[in-house]
Ligand binder design. Structure first.
Ligand SMILES: *[C@@H]1O[C@H](CO)[C@@H](O)[C@H](O)[C@H]1NC(C)=O
Ligand SMILES: *[C@@H]1O[C@H](CO)[C@@H](O)[C@H](O)[C@H]1NC(C)=O
Ligand SMILES: *[C@@H]1O[C@H](CO)[C@@H](O)[C@H](O)[C@H]1NC(C)=O
Length: 583
């Protein structure tokens, strides 16, 4: 449903949201700023920028200075250099460093081993350096198990040894031990106050891999879950140019009756599709799939409609495997109503997008536009897809096309403004930002009843730090749609950014859960805030609730990443007593 659900352009749309959960320590606003900077610089600097620093063994910096001083002192006292075991160990290490720099890793390892053997157990800092250096040499030899062992020695003697922790993290990644890798890299991120790209990138990578892995497993085995009626209604209202989303017309029902006049009344009764439509109006959603199946199995006259409706509900309950064959069938029915086929293509395209297959997705949307050139839904949904793909210009084109076909589409106009805003913002053009903001004003003036218009405007306003006005816009949304839990979450997040008022923020998010206890976005946000407050157990609980409600495997993977990030922090706190400052 990625493209069927209005895009959520919370400040997180372009940055990994897990970082909010990791980036504790700084108030959320600052956190977002830091992440944003990080994201920007990421594209410019190569991630290996600090690499050199880390692949060299611990060497000539402080130990050498200390040694020089020691030498002259030794001279004064008449001791020859090298009599002290520590000095001899240092000497072996320095020799090792020379070999290391010359790329002679085996000899380097021998020297470091010698240093380790010579070093008195009391001189823990030195000893940990020797282990760390040997680990660096093992790393060059790709001897990952040895790297882990030596780093573990180093960390045991010096728990805040960033180099050793990071080196171990990298080796653990090679050994496919993601859980422990994540713990190490989390410790490194905290020790570096989230300022180093390289460790942030590794954390991001491992969290994503872990999330993907867990979601794949969990998603397969989960029970289907019907979303809330508000969600379902909002989903259907994003399609206006199809047949199945519209309520049965009075006339249509009458026609049915007329058709069946003379025949037994049960003919109408037996039309699973018409029954399903009736259940839809009664918000009795659980029965729709089975009624559609009846229609399909009896080969009734509404077979195509029933297939599409059934597929739609499979998608809503998150069963893409169930939906796909139905959508395929409708799309291939050459003689079916073109609106049905176009709608099936939009839905299959959105499904592909959710499965991270943008090429297949684009193909379906383009085919929909080909077979039904004047279908506003196609352009509207393709525009949303283009925003997700960061093809903002094309998105604007599609929204324009949609507006041309359906000038009263407030949603398309609001989304066009948002696309223009994104374009102006990324292009760094203040005048274009202003134009986009004026566009929003125009939309809410012309369509004062379109909640989405206020909501998108509020997000742009928040982004522009016009918090007071953003808050007013959310209030308008709430007036218009008091049942929409998402708005309360956004308003809650706004309070955090604006006033750093955690309690007010949490109150609003609790309210969201009260309104809709299936609002995964609310649980996710609450979890994120609890991480920031250092309530990791509560955070993990919230993330798990959100995981059970996730509407797609991709969303679930993201939530697992958040959960794992929080869990890794509890482990780091337990093992090393490392805690980032909390709010
Ligand atoms: C090494 O350990 C000995 C014995 O504890 C201590 O006297 C000495 O100061 C230590 N040297 C360094 C450089 O830490
Ligand atoms: C709730 O409002 C948001 C905008 O804040 C909108 O994107 C979403 O579609 C609405 N959801 C429901 C279920 O009405
Ligand atoms: C999805 O729907 C199909 C068809 O009804 C069913 O066989 C399958 O078990 C469902 N999968 C899940 C995960 O619910």
């Amino acid at each position: 449903m990625a493209a069927s659900k209005p895009v959520e352009p919370q400040s997180g749309s372009s940055l990994p949201r897990w970082q909010l959960a990791l980036l504790i320590g700084t108030p959320i606003v600052l956190g977002v700023g830091a992440v944003y900077l990080w994201n920007r610089s990421k594209t410019k600097d190569s991630p290996g920028k600090r690499n050199g620093e880390r692949t060299t063994p611990e060497g000539s910096a402080s130990p050498v200075q200390g040694q020089d001083g020691g030498d002259s002192l030794d001279g004064w006292l008449g001791w020859s250099r090298g009599t002290s075991p520590l000095d001899r160990a240092q000497g072996a290490k320095n020799k090792g460093n020379k070999y290391f720099k010359a790329g002679k890793y085996e000899q380097a390892i021998q020297c470091y081993t010698e240093a380790i053997g010579l070093c008195p157990r009391d001189n823990q800092t030195d000893l940990s350096t020797f282990y760390q250096n040997r680990a660096a040499a093992y790393e060059q030899q790709m001897m990952w198990t040895e790297v882990v062992q030596d780093c573990t020695q180093a960390v045991e003697m010096n728990p805040r040894y960033i180099k050793a922790l990071f080196r171990r993290a990298k080796a653990l990644e090679r050994l496919d031990n993601k859980k422990e890798c994540l713990e190490d890299v989390t410790a490194v991120c905290i020790l570096e106050a989230f300022q180093n790209q390289q460790s942030m990138l590794l954390a991001d990578k491992v969290l994503k891999l872990l999330g993907k892995e867990k979601a794949k497993d969990k998603y397969k085995n989960r029970d289907p879950l019907m979303p809330s009626p508000q969600f379902i209604k909002s989903y259907f209202s994003s399609f206006t140019d199809d047949i199945i989303s519209q309520p049965l017309q009075k006339g249509e029902k009458k026609d049915e009756d007329k058709d069946n006049e003379g025949e037994a009344a049960e003919v109408t009764e037996s039309s699973g599709y018409l029954k399903a439509k009736q259940y839809m109006e009664e918000e009795n959603y659980d029965k729709i799939i089975s009624e559609c199946t009846k229609e399909v199995e009896s080969g009734g006259r509404y077979t195509a409609e029933a297939l599409l409706l059934r597929a739609t509900f499979y998608l809503l309950i998150g069963n893409a495997t169930g939906a796909q064959p139905d959508l395929d069938r409708v799309i291939n029915m050459e003689d079916a109503n073109i609106k049905l086929r176009a709608n099936a293509l939009i839905k299959r395209g959105s499904m592909y997008m959710q499965q991270q297959q943008p090429m297949m997705s684009t193909q379906d949307f383009n085919m929909a536009a080909e077979i039904d050139t004047r279908n506003a839904d196609v352009y509207h949904h393709r525009g949303q897809l283009k925003i997700l793909l960061d093809q903002v210009e094309e998105a604007v084109g599609d929204f324009d096309e949609c507006i041309l076909l359906r000038p009263d589409s407030a949603l398309a106009q609001a989304q066009k403004c948002f696309a223009l805003y994104r374009q102006a913002y990324t292009g760094n053009s203040q005048s274009q930002v202003q134009t986009a903001m004026d566009g929003f004003e125009d939309v809410i003036r012309r369509f004062p009843k379109c909640a989405e218009g206020y909501a998108l405007y509020a997000q742009a306003l928040t982004d522009q730090q016009q918090f007071g006005k953003a808050d007013q816009m959310y209030n308008k949304c709430i007036d218009l749609e008091p049942d929409n839990a998402t708005t309360y979450v956004h308003k809650g997040l706004l309070q955090l950014q604006w006033k750093q008022d955690l309690d007010l923020g949490l109150d609003l998010i609790s309210k969201a859960i009260e309104i809709d206890n299936k609002c995964d976005f609310a649980y996710e946000t609450m979890g994120t805030i609890e991480v920031q407050r250092g309530n990791l157990d509560k955070a993990i609980d919230m993330f798990n609730k959100a995981i059970n409600l996730a509407k797609s495997e991709m969303e679930m993977a993201h939530l697992y990443s958040l959960c794992d990030a929080a869990y890794a922090q509890t482990e780091v706190a337990r093992k090393y007593g490392l805690k980032p400052p909390t709010l």
